[in-house]
Design a binder for this molecule. Structure first.
Ligand SMILES: NC(=O)C1=CN([C@@H]2O[C@H](COP(=O)(O)OP(=O)(O)OC[C@H]3O[C@@H](n4cnc5c(N)ncnc54)[C@H](OP(=O)(O)O)[C@@H]3O)[C@@H](O)[C@H]2O)C=CC1
Ligand SMILES: O=C1OC[C@@H](O)[C@H](O)[C@H]1O
Length: 378
């Protein structure tokens, strides 16, 4: 297939996937969604269509009419006017939590207390301490809790990691992971610009740049060497650039931006969705590690030679049109059903990611996003 027709076919099917037939004699995993959030269609509603063992059974919104309209639009059986009512629905097995970051802790704790598995949007909470408490509760209850770092589940990112781990290029010396978008994508009243809801570029786009830095190097940072923000308001970073020291004399740079100013106020700046991993004997340049289904390239340069790789499927799993979210759903269902998973984001991984994010805010002086005021019952 030519790369142009491959691009068109992949992206057409990614948004309109062929529908899977339910498996005979298998009880599907029933999801409930907290909030009629903008990300829910891409992250869960479309992926479940091609999964034979998952359905979205209910949605809750603070306003019942909003939940009803969302349910009607997406063919969801039930709509609730409060999040707790949905958690209390005995038919629901798993909660998808795409609430603003500052509400992740409270509603994930409540969902776990209600005996539900949770697929939780990134970043998992506002602080590492809250992350630890949440994963402790999941563990104590024997429930699955996954921070939805969907990019990790895609074969392209597995391939990058495999090239690094093969030793072909020698030890990693430095990395740069970026995620920047031009101004105009998010309005000024967006949750991302709201401090009390856990906003900030580093929390939003930056959580991926920190996560991918930690994934590609296989290390947690030991020190923040520099942290620089451009502010949208006194507490909110519109852009963050930071450098870290990691074990093995690795230096890593992250760059994230919620809205880069347009050039001459006329030309939108190009998004940067790229990663560069520089090793002793060569380097890997990745375009679009974050949504590789759309397109991506993995360019490996070593010993005067250059090759370009792509990976849309695993040899034994996936379709070229499977999105990162579809691969993630596959593993979430596997985990809940007690089957082996090839990719997982562990509790410690999520906790360390939050710790690294907080360390940047501490270095710059901007400070961590506020802890939740929710106190779980003893
Ligand atoms: N995995 C991914 O690719 C992406 C993940 N995300 C993550 O998903 C989460 C939601 O992002 P997104 O869908 O863009 O956000 P939205 O603003 O579209 O949705 C957030 C939802 O939170 C609910 N909510 C509850 N309390 C508040 C409040 N005080 N203010 C505003 N909303 C409130 C609203 O639900 P209600 O319907 O009840 O009013 C709303 O639907 C974030 O954690 C973000 O980081 C976002 C985009 C991409
Ligand atoms: O998770 C996300 O991924 C894509 C971005 O557009 C968005 O801001 C972010 O929340």
């Amino acid at each position: 297939m030519s790369s142009a027709s491959g691009f068109v076919n992949r992206n057409r099917k990614a948004f309109n996937p062929p529908e899977a037939k339910p498996l005979p004699n298998v009880k599907p995993l029933k999801f409930g969604i907290l909030g009629a959030a903008a990300i829910a269609p891409d992250a869960l509603l479309t992926p479940v269509k091609s999964h034979p063992e998952a359905v979205v059974h209910a949605v809750a919104a603070r306003d019942k009419a909003r939940a009803g309209a969302f349910a009607k639009k997406h063919g969801i059986a039930k709509a609730y006017g409060s999040y707790q009512e949905l958690i209390d629905d005995p038919e629901i097995d798993a909660i998808y939590n795409p609430l603003p970051n500052g509400l992740h802790y409270e509603w994930t704790m409540k969902a776990l207390a209600g005996g539900k598995h949770v697929l939780l949007e990134k970043p998992c909470v506002n602080t590492a301490e809250e992350a630890r408490k949440m994963f402790q509760l999941a563990d104590a209850k024997g429930l699955v809790l996954l921070e939805a770092f969907h990019y990790r589940f895609h074969p392209a990112n597995h391939r990058i990691k495999a090239i690094i781990d093969s030793g072909e290029l020698g030890a990693v010396k430095s990395t740069k992971t970026s995620l920047t978008f031009p101004a105009g994508l998010f309005k000024t009243d967006d949750i991302r610009y709201n401090y009390s809801l856990g906003g900030g570029a580093l929390m939003d786009m930056g959580s991926y740049t920190v996560s991918s830095m930690r994934y590609f190097t296989g290390q947690n940072p030991t020190q923040v060497l520099s942290a620089k923000h451009e502010l949208a308001n006194p507490q909110i970073d519109r852009r963050t650039e930071a450098t870290f020291a990691l074990p093995g004399s690795i230096t890593s740079t992250i760059v994230c931006d919620l809205g880069m100013p347009w050039k001459f106020k006329l030309i939108p700046s190009m998004p940067d969705l790229n990663a560069v991993i520089t090793c002793e004997k060569g380097d890997i340049k990745v375009t679009n590690y974050i949504a590789p289904t759309a397109y991506h390239s993995i360019t490996v340069t070593a010993g005067g030679k250059r090759r370009v790789e792509k990976a849309y499927t695993f040899p034994d799993l996936g379709e070229p049109w499977w999105t990162t979210y579809r691969y993630q759903l596959e593993e979430f269902v596997n985990k809940v059903k007690g089957r082996p998973t090839r990719t997982w984001i562990t509790a410690e991984d999520s906790i360390q990611n939050m710790a690294a994010i907080e360390s940047v805010y501490a270095k710059s002086g901007l400070g961590s996003r506020p802890k939740s005021s929710y106190v779980p019952p003893v």
